[in-house]
Design a binder for this molecule. Sequence first.
Ligand code: ARG
Length: 408
Amino acid sequence: MPASAKTVVVRAAHMVDVLAGRTVDNAQVVITDGRITAVGKAGDAVPAGAETIDLGARTLLPGLIDMHVHLTSDPRLSGYRGLEFTDNFWTVVGVANAKRTVEAGFTTVRNVGSANFDDVALKQGIQAGYIAGPRIVPATYALGATGGHCDSTEFPPSIKVPSPGIANSPDEFRAAVRTMRKYGAEVIKVCMTGGVLSKTDSVGGQQMSLEEIKAVTDEAHMLGMRVAAHAHGTAGINDALRGGVDTIEHASLADDESFKLAKAKGAWLDMDIYDDDYILAEGAKNGVFEESLAKERAVGRKQRETFRAAHAAGVKLLFGTDGGVYPNGDNAKQFAKMVEWGMTPMEAIQAATRSAAEALDKTADVGAIATGRYGDLIAVDGDPLADVRVLEKPAFVMKGGEVVRAAP
Ligand code: ARG
């Protein structure tokens, strides 16, 4: 070990082992230069001169992962309310949300859609140490068809909005994948069907052809990126799965055929089942379009029923919340919904750790308290396996061996 190595030892009465699916007692984790070098019992030998953080009776867990956020969005500026702000205002919103997110215990996020390559800027600012925030897997601009969920459909024809993610043939989609990667995308997001918060489209309607989604997955996979498909409607979900996407976002109207396809293809469903509560309670006040509220009323409960059915069918599920649809930083509120709709607390925690790391292809780095991975840890008061709500207020957060939130 180089003389300059910085070692931190973290101890706690309990630790959730998400790989084994159990809790262990008297845990001790050693982190050297940002990565975990030993996981054992309090009392095991530690390197001389190591700093020790004793978290007492608390429970340690791996840093949480949210597979679907928009750090540069704020739900309180919905509908036309965002139009009074300058373009770079949204980067500033992202700076604030990055801090809130990591302080809430989410040490890794997949940002699936933002304008101006803002998610790349945030990632660079965090990595260079200018601002606090999670590890970010950026998608940059979401790709989609003209007039679809990822187009700006709320303006008259005379107003042109820059839209580098809009494509209308397999070749155009291929080119768009290359462009996003060129400017920093590490995952590709596509809009396969209509959406709730978009104007003029139907939530269930398919918006990309099977040929187009195949072009996206071929190109993205060739370039070493995975593909996340926004899809609420059944036909769009099923063509996205046939076309080889890695994760289905929302998945509201997935059916038995979708479950079969997802299992056969090894794809994950990533369902934002907290949002219905937030949108129906706050949406009107926040400026959400009335037509979007109507779409939410039509699809929100159905999505939760689909979540329960998918879980019962044994489909792989992830923790993704669509942060930005509700205030970023409240991500952990979705855990209670996942338990209410069929998961055990351990399964919900694994969806936000072990499985998320698999879906990101980052099991060497994040998703578990295990040797070799980053020292990304949180600690909570109480037993998260008895009450997942304790995850909503972590007492301690560490990212890469650096304390983000000190235990009181
Ligand atoms: N971004 C998504 C959309 O506009 C949000 C959906 C929220 N509603 C829900 N029930 N999950 O389609």
